[in-house]
Design a protein around this ligand. Sequence first.
Ligand code: ADP
Ligand code: MG
Length: 256
Amino acid sequence: MNEETLVSKGLKKHFGGLYALNDVSITLRKGLFTLLIGPNGSGKTTLINTLTGYYFPDEGTISYEGKDITKLGMHERFKLGIARTFQIPKPFLKLTVLENLLVAARDNPGERFIYAPIKSKWVDKEKEAYETAMNILEQLKLDHLVNSESSKLSGGQMKLLEFGRALMCNARVILMDEPAAGVAPFLAKELFSVLKNIIKNLDLTVLVVEHRLDLALEYADYAYAMHNGKVIVEGKPYEVINDERVIESYLGKRSA
Ligand SMILES: Nc1ncnc2c1ncn2[C@@H]1O[C@H](COP(=O)(O)OP(=O)(O)O)[C@@H](O)[C@H]1O
Ligand SMILES: [Mg+2]
């Protein structure tokens, strides 16, 4: 079985009297595409917010590669390699696709004031960043758009661009909140298939939130279903979506 990487145990998060997370334990394993499904309001976004450090849990713990990160802030978790994409993508719209990746590249000494005049310090780094960016764009099937302004991208392509920006920052675990929202089903499938390939090629760990039940199914290795702040079922994707409790949670008959 693949090694554990990002793990939560007994997470609770409440807003007033409402438990958006009520004892959530999940395990992301290295190199896997894990799917998180659940009807609106079930706590999916709150879980991503808590795993990335945007919220601190009221109870429970989060560990990354065996280290307790529950008390680390967002920036510190990002530095460790945990990144996210948002429900509404936030690329620099006026920049090209390539530029969006290059500005995300970390530790570019050319941007440091004291190094800026010393060309040899940054030329190699810049060349390396360019090559990395081109390789990522190729894998994301965005290479034909390198010089296009990012505002011209489709919704799905913007999600892939955000994913690419995270990779430029050496992210190893990427949490994606509804990357296929507003994307037509056949394009959503294309998006998931591209993700699946890059996850495999680069040995990444990805959690994808998707509220439509069947869309990402054939690409996911493992699935969690949430309802009312709890994980109600986990396991093989096909088994999870066919589980009676999951179907009922979507039909609104159950209040777990
Ligand atoms: N910042 C917040 N303040 C108050 N309630 C919130 C906040 N964020 C989420 N909630 C509530 O927590 C529950 C879970 O929300 P959310 O995590 O966004 O669900 P999902 O992403 O599955 O649709 C919902 O009832 C939502 O209204
Ligand atoms: Mg949400």
